[in-house]
Design a protein around this ligand. Structure first.
Ligand SMILES: CC(C)(COP(=O)(O)OP(=O)(O)OC[C@H]1O[C@@H](n2cnc3c(N)ncnc32)[C@H](O)[C@@H]1OP(=O)(O)O)[C@@H](O)C(=O)NCCC(=O)NCCS
Length: 183
């Protein structure tokens, strides 16, 4: 990005391009496509100590809720600011949705983007037939646990040493009909 572009923006009182200030309502959430994957991977690597590899994201491109949030940022108005990956598994007529991944670019956090992505994924999984949705979260990830609790997820069990560094996972579940009636 050229300096002159940055100067123009600051003269107009706008923030630099890498400082998104939009609220979640100024963000677009849409299905991810292959062209988003490098941006998604970059965010993944900043967010997790055990990041998914590129091939893992490639394998979920057709999942019912692999979504990206785009808005103003370092790559212009179409900057990928966050993503969620949600899939559905058949389960004898009571299909189980699974939120497999969720992350927001560090400089775009606390603006409601994570919640928006989570909610849109839950709608997508409901449309795809999920009756319940589960996810795993690190026991110590209070930020994510707070978001999930507020959206109605409840802990069902603990998986000791689920993560490579030995931390336990909590399995959280939400009933989709109950969540929709609250949403
Ligand atoms: C978890 C994460 C996706 C939240 O994204 P976000 O866009 O910052 O979240 P939101 O702005 O939508 O906030 C939603 C809620 O999350 C919780 N939250 C978010 N940031 C928080 C913080 N720094 N401290 C405490 N709670 C926080 C709050 O409950 C918040 O609701 P509130 O604003 O009404 O208080 C983001 O922090 C992230 O990418 N973390 C790293 C990756 C990760 O842990 N993913 C989840 C794996 S299970």
């Amino acid at each position: 990005m050229s300096d002159s572009y940055g100067d123009e923006r600051s003269q107009r009182g706008e923030p630099p391009p890498d400082a998104p200030t939009g609220t979640a309502s100024e963000i677009t959430v849409r299905p991810a496509d292959r062209a988003d994957l490098l941006d998604v991977l970059r965010i993944e690597r900043t967010a997790f100590s055990e990041p998914w590899p590129y091939a893992a994201f490639e394998s979920v491109l057709d999942a019912p809720a692999f979504l990206v949030a785009v808005g103003d940022g370092v790559d212009g108005p179409g900057t990928v600011l966050g993503y969620v990956v949600g899939d559905v598994m058949p389960n004898h007529g009571r299909d189980i949705g699974h939120i497999k991944d969720l992350a927001v670019r560090p400089n775009a956090r606390r603006k409601g983007i994570g919640r928006r992505l989570l909610r849109e994924a839950l709608f997508g999984l409901a449309l795809a037939g999920a009756a319940v949705v589960k996810l795993e979260v690190r026991e110590g990830n209070q930020t994510a646990r707070s978001l999930y609790r507020e959206e109605g997820f409840e802990p069902t069990r603990r998986v000791p040493r689920y993560y490579g560094d030995g931390e336990d996972a909590l399995i959280l579940v939400v009933d989709v009909d109950a969540w929709r009636s609250e949403a």
